[in-house]
Design a protein around this ligand. Structure first.
Ligand code: NAD
Length: 374
C-alpha cells in the first residue's frame, strides 16, 4: 500500500510503470500543447516529498511545470538542475529566496519544508507576489494559519493547502455523501491514520522535534481530523484528546499516538486516532440507515471502500504520483481561471483551530476543550 512513507525506490518504479503504461505522448502537457504557458512552480525544500513525489508528479502535469527550486544544499541544486533542466536563474538558496519576486518564470512557490517553516516561507512568498501552495499541516497553530491567509490576501495571491486526499475521486464521493445523506442521519464517525515507524531513529529528525512541528498529530493526525470534518460536513465544537508514548526513548516531547474525540453539532461524534507506532488507515461513517467506509482512506493510491447498500468506491486515477499531479493541476487551473482553489487556506486554518484544542486538551489531561468558532 502506498502511504506517505512508502519507499522511494518503490515509488520510482511505479512512476516509470505509469509513464510506460500511459505512453509519453499521452502525457504531453495540454497547456503547453495549446500554446498556453504552464504555471511555473518553485519547490521550496528538496526533501523526501519534493524529491520522490512532487517533482516526478510535475513531469506528468498538464497545467504546471517544475520551473525552480529553493534549497540550502548546493549539491542538491546541481543534481536537480541536471535531472530536470532547471536554469541557473531559477535556483535559489533560503537567504536569497526573496529575489524570486523578480523572476517571471515562477508563478507559484510550493512550501515543502518542516512544519515550523510553513508560515515564514508563505509570508515571504506572498510578499514576493507569488501564489503559495503549502504542505499539510498548514502551520503550527491557528494564529499562524490566519497570518498566512491574511498575507496572501494582502498581496492578492492564492493560497492552497496540499491536502491531496481532497483531490482523490473516492474521497470526493464520500465528501459528497455529507450533503446527500443517502443513509439517513449521521451518528458516528471513525477516522484513524497512522503507521509504525522510527524504530532505532537517530540523528536530527524534525518529525521527532516539538519545536519544528514533530509528532504524529501534526504529521498523520491531520488526515484523520480533516476526514472527520469533511465526513461530518460540519465544524467540530469540542474535543477531548489523550496522547500516549509507547517508546519514550524515541518520542520525547512529541506525541507518538493521539486519540481524540470530536463533538459535532446534533450529537454526532468522531472517534479519531493517529500514531507513529501503529498501522491504522480507516474512515467510517455510521448513519441511522446504513454505513460507508474507506480503507485505506489515506494513501498515494489504492484508496477504496464500500457502503451498506452494496455501492463500492473503487475509482482508479493511476499509479503514484498521479494523485499529486491531479492536485497540482487542479490548483494550477484555479490560478489560470482566477478562481479559488479546491482546498484554500481557510480549510487548513479550520483544522488548526481544532488542532489547537486537541493539544490544549492533551496538555490538560484529556479534559473537554471547546473549539474556537471559525
Ligand atoms: P524531509 O525532512 O524529507 O524534507 C525537509 C526538507 O526541508 C529537507 O530538504 C531539509 O533540508 C529542508 N530543511 C530546511 N530547513 C530545515 C530545518 N530547520 N530542519 C529540517 N529540515 C529543513 O521532509 P518531507 O517528508 O519532505 O516533509 C516536508 C513537508 O511535506 C512537511 O510539512 C510534511 O508534512 C509534508 N509532507 C506531505 C506529504 C503529503 O502526502 N501531502 C507527504 C510527505 C510530507
Amino acid at each position: 500500500m502506498a502511504v506517505e512513507h512508502a519507499s522511494p525506490d518503490r515509488l520510482r518504479r511505479r512512476l516509470l510503470a505509469a509513464l510506460g503504461a500511459a505512453g509519453v505522448a499521452g502525457m504531453l502537457p495540454n497547456a503547453r500543447a495549446r500554446g498556453r504557458r504552464p504555471i511555473g512552480v518553485a519547490l521550496v525544500g528538496l526533501g523526501y516529498y519534493s524529491r520522490d513525489l512532487l517533482a516526478p508528479a510535475l513531469q506528468m502535469t498538464q497545467y504546471c511545470r517544475l520551473a525552480g527550486i529553493v534549497t540550502g544544499t548546493p549539491a542538491k541544486a546541481e543534481t536537480w538542475q541536471r535531472r530536470y533542466g532547471i536554469p541557473d536563474r531559477n535556483i535559489y538558496d533560503y537567504a536569497g529566496f526573496d529575489r524570486i519576486a523578480d523572476n517571471p518564470d515562477i508563478d507559484v512557490v510550493y512550501v515543502v519544508l518542516p512544519n515550523h517553516l510553513h508560515k515564514p516561507f508563505t509570508l515571504r512568498a506572498a510578499a514576493a507576489g507569488k501564489h503559495v501552495w503549502c504542505e499539510k499541516p498548514m502551520a503550527m497553530d491557528a494564529a499562524e494559519a490566519r497570518a498566512m491567509i491574511d498575507a496572501c490576501r494582502t498581496h492578492r495571491v492564492q493560497l492552497a493547502i496540499g491536502y491531496r486526499m481532497q483531490h482523490e475521486p473516492n474521497t470526493q464521493a464520500v465528501m459528497d455523501l455529507a450533503a446527500s445523506r443517502p443513509f439517513g442521519r449521521l451518528q458516528r464517525i471513525r477516522a484513524e491514520a497512522g503507521f509504525h515507524g522510527f524504530d532505532g531513529a537517530s540523528g536530527d529528525n524534525w518529525r521527532l522535534d516539538a519545536a519544528r512541528g514533530g509528532g504524529a498529530m501534526y504529521d498523520m493526525g491531520v488526515y484523520a481530523l480533516n476526514a472527520a470534518r469533511y465526513t461530518a460536513g460540519a465544524e467540530p465544537v469540542a474535543v477531548t484528546a489523550t496522547p500516549s508514548v509507547q517508546r519514550p526513548d524515541i518520542f520525547q516531547g512529541v506525541d507518538e499516538t493521539m486519540r481524540f474525540r470530536l463533538e459535532f453539532p446534533h450529537g454526532v461524534t468522531a472517534d479519531c486516532a493517529t500514531s507513529f507506532g501503529e498501522n491504522m488507515n480507516r474512515l467510517r461513517a455510521d448513519c441511522a440507515g446504513g454505513w460507508y467506509e474507506l480503507s485505506p482512506f489515506q494513501a498515494y493510491e489504492g484508496v477504496r471502500g464500500e457502503a451498506s447498500d452494496g455501492r463500492r468506491f473503487d475509482a482508479v486515477i493511476g499509479a503514484t504520483p498521479a494523485q499529486q499531479a491531479r492536485q497540482m493541476d487542479a490548483d494550477a487551473l484555479a490560478i489560470i481561471e482566477g478562481r479559488s482553489p479546491r482546498v484554500p487556506g481557510e480549510e487548513g486554518w479550520r483544522d488548526m483551530l481544532a488542532l489547537d484544542a486537541i493539544f490544549a486538551s492533551a496538555r490538560a489531561g484529556g479534559t473537554r476543550v471547546e473549539i474556537a468558532a471559525a
